[in-house]
Design a protein around this ligand. Structure first.
Ligand code: NAG
Ligand code: NAG
Ligand code: NAG
Ligand code: NAG
Length: 437
């Protein structure tokens, strides 16, 4: 056979295949040029405070490591006194968890290491490994005096069934779900949201007052795109509660880009009119019943209704055929997850990842019902994904260098973009009903 015919045959075979190429081809010029030729618009939605084992714990798809596939997983009521018993993961959780589990740096440390002050050097040396055993202990420590301890254990250990989260179940079955996507910082909301748009928490480990004041001088994705003539808008739910991240950066104000922070309702009309910018960053509302972020105190079903509304409007948009919708979370919210934060050293320099969070790629250009395992960094090393993976991949799409070594070292997901589009994507997601125990 003539060699060019063989090449043609192979190209056809790979275009027709539903199986994506391995993460070993991430960062390659072929993968990057495929990404650039297929994806023109990216929609990024970051929800609030849920772990993989909590929200996707009942998903039966193969390859996703979670309580229903690999559990049950158990935590003791007291990490220092096994005689107090334990609670194991079960298939039921509340629609709203009012005793917000701790996800501050100290709370996360207890949850992962069963100790508020683990030996940092032993962790750095790999001698002390997280056992993910302290979730109930931390919850009882915070709420135990007046509250039924079994209820507290259920709050952090139990998980949602496929029926309880029909919108997410449909996304799992129709698109790409990551098995190893961790929050960038083992701590709370704002530092993790900062990491998603800037690749760093800028040294911040808590939701301190400096967020929200155009105070940060770090380079953000908004500045990067603005300076290279790529269009962007930060659509936010004006009920507030998360971000809007574009307002955190001094660049936004100094360059007169405050008007790029717009109400979320405009997202739906822009999608319908084929007028979405190249980069749409979406902020859900938070926190409590009636808000959309899936934050513990809100209803998971309200969050599902919001995701459905966003999905349905992108899916019916004239821009659908060129759009990649990335749905992720900021951090684990203090809900149990059995996977250790893979990681480098534990120090307050924030060079260790947090727990696993649900993350999806949604597009006609990704495989159906595919679970992605670990990724690969630019040097070919196996790596967990994290928020920095978004900036790493967007750098390939829109031709910019990683903002810092952490982003440079992140696994990218360009290889998950197919060579041919699918024509079997659901035109609407199912409706979510409110449920109760
Ligand atoms: C998407 O559809 C438009 C309009 O039909 C077309 O011009 C464009 O080439 C398509 N994009 C891709 C990546 O197929
Ligand atoms: C605590 O909660 C559990 C689980 O809901 C329940 O079975 C138990 O009766 C409760 N205990 C008390 C003392 O209310
Ligand atoms: C962006 O657009 C402006 C105005 O058209 C132009 O002067 C500038 O060179 C462009 N910058 C880049 C990086 O393309
Ligand atoms: C929006 C928000 O802040 N959500 C929760 C997640 O984490 C932070 C930090 O601990 C909590 O304050 C919030 O309740």
């Amino acid at each position: 056979m003539h060699s060019s015919a063989l090449v043609g045959l192979l190209a056809f075979a790979s275009a027709a295949s539903a199986i994506p190429v391995t993460s070993r081809s991430a960062h390659s010029s072929a993968s990057v040029s495929n990404l650039r030729s297929k994806i023109k618009n990216v929609v990024l939605l970051c929800m609030e405070n849920r772990s993989v084992d909590n929200l996707l714990g009942g998903q039966t798809i193969k390859g996703l490591e979670n309580p229903i596939n690999n559990g049950p997983f158990c935590n003791p009521y007291n990490v220092n006194d096994p005689s107090q018993g334990q609670h194991c993961t079960e298939a039921r959780d509340y629609d709203s968890v009012t005793n917000d589990p701790s996800h501050a740096v100290t709370g996360n440390t207890m949850e992962f290491y069963s100790d508020w002050n683990p030996d940092n050097q032993a962790i750095a040396d790999g001698k002390l490994v997280a056992n993910n055993n302290g979730f109930i202990h931390e919850q009882i420590h915070n709420y135990g005096s007046n509250t039924n301890k079994t209820e507290l254990a259920i709050q952090v250990m139990n998980y949602y069934t496929e029926d309880q989260v029909p919108v997410l179940t449909s996304l799992v079955q129709n698109y790409v779900t990551f098995n190893h996507w961790h929050s960038d910082i083992p701590g709370p909301t704002d530092p993790n949201r900062f990491a998603l748009v800037a690749g760093t928490s800028g040294g911040h480990g808590s939701n301190d007052d400096s967020f929200g004041t155009y105070a940060f001088t770090q380079r953000s994705i908004f500045q990067q795109l603005g300076e290279t003539n790529h269009s962007w808008l930060n659509y936010w739910d004006t009920a507030g509660g998360t971000g809007p991240e574009a307002q955190w950066f001094s660049w936004t104000k100094e360059t007169g880009n405050q008007d790029k922070v717009v109400p979320i309702d405009q997202f739906y009309t822009d999608a319908a009119n084929g007028a979405l910018p190249e980069f749409s960053y979406l902020n859900p509302s938070c926190c409590g019943v009636g808000t959309t972020s899936m934050h513990d105190s809100g209803l998971v079903s309200d969050g599902e209704a919001f995701i459905k509304k966003v999905y349905d409007s992108i899916r019916s948009s004239p821009q659908w055929n060129e759009t990649l919708f990335v749905l992720t979370f900021d951090e684990t919210g203090g809900f149990h997850d059995h996977k250790s934060p893979s990681g480098e050293e534990y120090t307050l320099e924030f060079n260790r990842l947090g727990g696993r969070i649900p993350t999806f790629l949604i597009s006609p250009w990704v495989s159906k019902g595919y679970v992605e395992q670990k990724g690969t960094n630019y040097q070919g090393n196996s790596q967990s994904y994290s928020a920095s993976s978004v900036l790493r991949t967007l750098g390939y799409l829109w031709d910019f260098e990683p903002f810092n070594p952490r982003v440079q070292d992140a696994a990218s997901f360009d290889h998950l973009i197919l060579a041919a589009p699918r024509n079997d994507t659901p035109s609407l997601l199912p409706s979510s009903e409110t449920f109760s125990l």
